[in-house]
Design a protein around this ligand. Structure first.
Ligand code: ATP
Ligand code: MG
Length: 333
């Protein structure tokens, strides 16, 4: 059976981008066809300025939303990263495998560090090293596939490089994983600025649809989405990115498949936006409803996370112990 691992970080409220680019595929495909683990990667949320109480709230909320979206604890393992020590243990060995130069080339580091400096903040060292922690998250489980949005491709490539390098130096230890992406919607763009991806830690509210937004809010955001000049409705990701983004979202939300074919059915932006708004409201409705039920039952969510951490620990422990032995560390007696 294939092993799958992926995660979300509790840096903000989950967005339509997270859902369409990652979570939906975990729910509908990945948990059914493989031995799958999904993780609230809370340690990654410490790489930028954070408030402890908010982090705690967002971590619980992310776990509840993943369950509300349809992750089934009978079919997959759902847990919180910081509950399993193996991630941090392995991360250090991978810091001793990665180079300073390759970390500084990471696009997300460059972008997020620049943004942090613009705000007048300081850049945490962990922002530079977090892709190594992400590699540890993945490699600790002997992962074959990592279902992610396409902004994570570079980090999964780094993970592959580190696995190969480690295996060459110290003998075969890690499975070399590969990234998988949804056919449509692997990069949902910000509705107000279709040149940047929709991201949960960005603070341009109206361009970001959150999974817990009320239907009226969703409608307002979609109706105000920035579209491109031109009146005809065609699918052109390069030339008409705002329009293509709406068509992608519509294709995924209605299950229609091909956004280019959908374009042919519209002669105005207004009609398209109305259909997108309706489709997104319907897509998110069951998630919001189920989330409200789960919020009322925190003991259930805690129980799922406790059991998930136990199962995850049992899988990661032997892999990480093997890596410790392989690099020459003396096993504890
Ligand atoms: P942050 O801004 O804090 O990085 P994020 O919205 O990028 O938050 P992550 O927790 O980094 O969320 O990513 C969780 C998953 O969602 C990853 O698989 C990522 O590739 C995917 N993802 C994030 N944003 C988008 C998007 N706009 N479109 C498609 N997939 C996305
Ligand atoms: Mg991200």
């Amino acid at each position: 059976m294939k092993r799958i691992f992926s995660g979300v970080k509790p840096t903000g409220h989950l967005t339509l981008g997270n859902y369409i680019g990652a979570v939906r595929k975990w729910v509908e495909e990945d948990q059914h066809r493989a031995d799958a683990l999904f993780c609230v990667v809370d340690l990654h949320a410490l790489t930028v300025d954070h408030d402890p109480a908010r982090l705690r709230r967002l971590s619980r909320q992310a776990a509840s939303l993943l369950l509300a979206a349809g992750l089934d604890p009978e079919r997959c393992v759902l847990f919180v990263q910081s509950h399993v020590d193996e991630h941090a243990r392995l991360s250090y060995l991978l810091e001793c495998t990665a180079t300073d130069g390759e970390m500084r080339r990471m696009v997300q580091y460059k972008e997020k560090a620049a943004r942090e400096r613009e705000r007048g903040g300081s850049v945490r060292l962990s922002l530079l090293t977090y892709p190594v922690l992400m590699a540890a998250d993945i490699l600790a489980y002997g992962t074959d596939e990592v279902p992610v949005g396409d902004d994570q491709t570079q980090h999964v490539e780094l993970t592959r490089d580190l696995a190969v390098r480690f295996n060459q130096r110290y003998g075969h230890t890690f499975t070399v994983p590969r990234a998988t992406h949804p056919a449509v919607g692997a990069r949902v763009m910000n509705l107000q600025d279709p040149s940047v991806k929709m991201g949960k830690s960005d603070d341009t509210g109206p361009g970001i649809v959150y999974l817990l937004d009320e239907p009226d809010t969703v409608r307002r955001k979609v109706m105000r989405a920035v579209t491109d000049s031109g009146r005809d409705v065609v699918y052109d990701r390069e030339g008409r990115p705002g329009l293509a983004n709406l068509l992608d979202v519509l294709a995924v939300s209605t299950g229609a498949g091909d956004p280019a074919e959908l374009a042919a059915g519209y002669s105005s932006y207004g009609a398209l936006k109305r259909d997108v708004a309706d489709a997104v409201v319907e897509l998110l409705r069951p998630v919001r409803e189920r989330h409200a039920e789960l919020v009322a039952d925190p003991a259930y969510v805690d129980g799922v996370l406790r059991a998930g951490a136990e199962r995850a620990r049992a899988l990661a422990r032997p892999v990480v112990d093997r890596a410790y032995r392989a690099v020459g560390l003396v096993p504890a007696a």
